[in-house]
Design a protein around this ligand. Structure first.
Ligand SMILES: NC(=O)c1ccc[n+]([C@@H]2O[C@H](COP(=O)([O-])OP(=O)(O)OC[C@H]3O[C@@H](n4cnc5c(N)ncnc54)[C@H](O)[C@@H]3O)[C@@H](O)[C@H]2O)c1
Length: 256
């Protein structure tokens, strides 16, 4: 929660991956706090559904159908957000996926490329697009999504994804430190298994599901809102000395 009541009222956040899961939950949490929410996703109907939920709360929102791997589209996303609301205070990069499970020796160029394009480049493009505007306007906060996989390495199924999320953490660290004196804070979150379509796809068999849950001392998946509330805290005025790091949210364990 913010230190100052109504801290988020009238401020604007851009969220990628806002059609589903963690991105959608975070969009609704920022709307609850009175923020303007720019919801971007490649899934047109999903992003519209998120906007309808936000409108039900009586908040302002903008739905954008974009592919975060397309630099021009990402630049346009930020331009449209600024045109719509005048200023962007926060960016949350949630768009991402493991794309496909594969053993290390089966990761081909296409899978490697697509995984880095979505998880790393998409985040990189959005940060480059919004930073000049944030710098001109006195600062801002960027939150990226990494994964517990970056700590575990994803052996046997997702080294490509783990490595891309590790790169997201390095990107977060570098940008946070480069712009630390200019009132830019940049953080990432490394979730363990969270109950979203992403996790449903990963835990595609009862055995796999049991393996994941056996690895989480709390014995359950996290809820997407449990990540969204942390994004809110990170963007708030309650943690001005917090930047550059990743925060693990995993019920005490994480992806095996
Ligand atoms: N759910 C988990 O257990 C978990 C754990 C660790 C990290 N993560 C990360 O959290 C983030 C959110 O995942 P989620 O669980 O909410 O999954 P999700 O599948 O519910 O949401 C991901 C969203 O990203 C969108 N997206 C995919 N490709 C895109 C593209 N090219 N351009 C724009 N949007 C695109 C999808 O349409 C979807 O709406 C991802 O980066 C994921 O890697 C999830």
């Amino acid at each position: 929660m913010p230190k100052t009541p109504d801290y988020f009222k009238g401020k604007t956040i851009v969220i990628t991956g806002a059609a589903s899961g963690i991105g959608r939950a975070t969009a609704l949490i920022f709307a609850r706090e009175g923020a303007n929410v720019v919801c971007a996703d490649i899934n047109e109907s999903g992003v519209k559904e998120t906007i309808e939920k936000i409108n039900d709360l009586g908040n302002q929102a903008l739905a954008l159908t974009i592919d975060v791997t397309d630099r021009a589209a990402v630049n346009e996303m930020v331009e449209l957000a600024i045109d719509g609301f005048g200023r962007v205070h926060f960016l949350f990069n949630s768009a991402g996926a493991a794309i496909k499970r594969a053993k290390f020796l089966e990761i081909d160029d296409d899978l490697l490329q697509r995984t880095f394009d979505l998880n790393f480049k998409g985040t990189f493009y959005a940060m480059q697009a919004v930073l000049p505007h944030m710098l001109e306007n006195g600062g801002g906060t960027i939150v990226n999504i990494a994964s517990m996989a970056a700590k575990r390495g994803g052996p046997g199924s997702s080294v490509h994804y783990a490595a891309a999320k590790g790169a997201v953490n390095s990107l977060t660290l570098g940008v946070a430190r480069e712009f630390a004196k200019q009132n830019i804070r940049c953080l990432s979150i490394s979730p363990g298994p969270i109950k979203t379509p992403f996790a449903a796809a990963a835990a595609s068999s009862p055995e796999l599901l049991k393996r994941f849950l056996d690895d989480v001392p709390m014995g359950r998946f996290g809820e997407p809102e449990e990540i969204g509330e942390l994004v809110l805290f990170m963007c708030s005025d309650a943690c001005p000395f917090m930047t550059a790091d990743t925060v693990y949210v995993n019920g005490g364990g994480g992806w095996r």
